[in-house]
Design a protein around this ligand. Structure first.
Ligand code: SF4
Ligand code: SF4
Length: 251
């Protein structure tokens, strides 16, 4: 370039970080450079390699089998397993649920729906449960239930408990809403199907205190007069007991 001449304008340098030298020095790797296969196995190790792959399989061959052949073999659950709910009965066949809705209020998943009814609305002094009220509608939605057991803790009459039944799958959503008939405990031998009057001379307190031990002859006669074809009559007639007296004994 002749002296005094001006330099032609230079194109702007790119402002990329790549063009600048990094202030951080490159890290140096310690030790010898890594090779692809530093220790090549010998011919015997190579020959045994496929067998070594089965080491875990061979080690488990002679251990006890833990596979459960469900549903062909059903393994019992632990005694306190939380399974399907059950609505229980008193020994004379009356239902324990009084339709108070406490279980529905306690449920964190809003899975229970209860509608109470008045025993006074039933004809001729009949009762579904002791006392004033009974559970007219009772539903549990097993699509919501998380089997926490809070509902059974809330129940004041121990009407609601949980069984060990865990087979709760179904093909429809509607079918997973269990109605009262699905949840009600079956009549045990000697129980008299309701509705029928309470044991003569008793209040609901005698039922809550466990003083009712079976149907009385008066209850059997009442049902025989109105429902002579009731399937529970014969067994209940053989299992009649005396009504408790005011002192906790029997009349
Ligand atoms: S077990 Fe828990 S989630 Fe299920 S109905 Fe009872 S309170 Fe609700
Ligand atoms: S199951 Fe128990 S808590 Fe629920 S409505 Fe019946 S009596 Fe009340």
């Amino acid at each position: 370039m002749p002296p005094g001449a001006r330099r032609p304008p230079q194109p702007p340098r790119p402002r990329s970080s790549r063009s600048r030298p990094s202030p951080i020095p490159p890290r140096r790797r310690k030790g010898p450079p890594v090779t692809e296969n530093p220790k090549k196995p010998g011919p015997i190790a190579e020959m045994l390699a496929p067998v070594a792959g089965f080491g875990v399989t061979f080690a488990n061959l002679f251990r006890p089998v833990v596979t459960e052949q469900y549903p062909f073999e059903k393994v019992p659950t632990k005694p306190r397993y939380h399974g399907r709910h059950q609505l229980n009965r008193y020994p004379d066949g009356l239902e324990k649920c009084i339709g108070c809705e406490l279980c529905a209020w306690a449920c964190p998943a809003d899975a229970i729906y209860v509608e109470g009814g008045d025993n006074a609305d039933l004809p001729e002094g009949a009762h579904v449960s002791p006392g004033e009220r009974y559970g007219r509608v009772y539903q549990i939605n097993y699509l919501r239930c998380i089997f926490c057991g809070l509902c059974i803790e809330a129940c004041p009459t121990r009407a609601l408990t949980m069984t060990n039944d865990y087979e709760l799958a179904g093909p429809t959503r509607e079918g997973m809403i269990f109605e009262k008939d699905d949840l009600l405990a079956p009549l045990r031998e000697g129980m008299l199907a309701g509705p029928h009057p309470m044991v003569e001379g008793t209040e609901d307190l005698e039922y809550y205190r466990g003083e009712i031990t079976g149907p009385t002859q008066a209850q059997v006669d009442w049902v025989r007069e109105r429902r002579p074809d009731d399937a529970s009559l014969d067994a209940a007639a053989k299992a009649t007991v005396a009504a408790p007296d005011a002192n906790g004994g029997t009349r």
